[in-house]
Design a binder for this molecule. Structure first.
Ligand SMILES: Nc1ncnc2c1ncn2[C@@H]1O[C@H](COP(=O)(O)OP(=O)(O)O)[C@@H](O)[C@H]1O
Ligand SMILES: [Mg+2]
Length: 275
């Protein structure tokens, strides 16, 4: 989209969350628009809070917009239990805005205006909307102002581009539910799974998309504890790409090197088997 041509190469924001940066290929790009998707209970709100506390610092404030899902007080009661939660940041560098009351009025223009006012007041570098789909659903029911998701997204995208903030939209999706205009607009998509039916019942995270970054593909196991999310990223050997071993290593055993075609191939594993 247009935002790509406007923002060719931004700074990386490492999250510091164990394993996550490895999978992301370093972190999130500044001023990017990211989607945290998954079924209810997969850990989206927890990840959003953990990211917010990890990325917020003096001079980099966050605005967390809640929309008609859980009331913020209830959400905060859950989030307070985590070790990453720093209550002293509330009202200082982290601001919450509940859009439920505005959403009830079914007025898109009013909603966008409220969001814009909050952004102008707090000038956030990070914006979270939880949940984006319930925000849209509430507006859509009213049929006032914009009537479709593409139009609403377009208006939101225009607003967000003006903010130059790194944005995370939290959204509930069923796993097969993989078509949405939002997926085209987003720079990054993280998909959380909770494989309750599987043999290990484990949680998995997938980087479906992250523009301009070399991510680690596939499903990666993560856990939620009182520390928050912890991702078990595969170990990436930092030397592996720098020193590509070539040639063969002499075994020093006369006759064997000849049988092996000059020795053991460097950089490979060699199994010696026998009774
Ligand atoms: N202290 C904890 N230790 C482990 N898991 C937890 C803890 N607290 C909450 N959870 C898990 O986190 C999940 C809720 O995460 P949440 O971020 O609210 O999900 P979502 O926003 O995707 O609906 C629940 O499934 C719950 O099992
Ligand atoms: Mg949630």
């Amino acid at each position: 989209m247009e935002r790509e041509t406007l923002a060719p190469r931004r700074h990386l924001l490492p999250t510091g969350i164990t394993g996550l940066d490895t999978i992301l290929g370093g972190g999130f790009r500044e001023a990017s628009l990211n989607l945290i998707a998954g079924r209810p209970g997969t850990g989206k709100t927890t990840l959003a809070h953990q990211l917010m506390f990890a990325l917020t610092r003096p001079g980099r404030t966050a605005l967390y917009l809640t929309a008609l899902g859980e009331p913020p007080a209830k959400m905060l009661r859950h989030q307070e239990q985590y070790a990453f939660f720093r209550p002293e940041e509330l009202h200082r560098s982290i601001h919450f805005l509940n859009l439920a009351a505005v959403g009830g009025s079914n007025d898109t223009e009013l909603m966008l205006q409220k969001i814009q006012e909050a952004v102008e007041e707090h000038k956030p570098s990070l914006v979270f909307i939880d949940s984006f789909r319930s925000l849209f659903a509430a507006l859509h029911r009213g049929q006032t102002g914009v009537t479709g998701l593409p139009a609403f997204l377009h208006q939101m995208a225009l607003l967000m581009r003006g903010w130059q903030a790194t944005t995370f939209l939290v959204a509930e999706y069923l796993d097969p539910d993989r078509e949405d205009p939002l997926f085209t607009v987003a720079d990054g998509i993280l998909w959380l799974h909770n494989q309750a039916e599987g043999n290990d019942g484990s949680r998995k995270l997938e980087v479906v998309k992250l523009r301009g970054q070399e991510t680690l593909p596939g499903l990666h196991t993560f856990r939620i504890s009182h520390e928050g999310l912890r991702v078990f990223a595969p170990w990436v050997n930092p030397l592996a790409t720098r020193i590509a071993p070539v040639g063969r290593a002499d075994t020093g055993i006369r006759g064997l090197d000849g049988m092996l075609g000059g020795g053991i191939r460097r950089g490979t594993s060699f199994l010696v088997a026998g009774p």
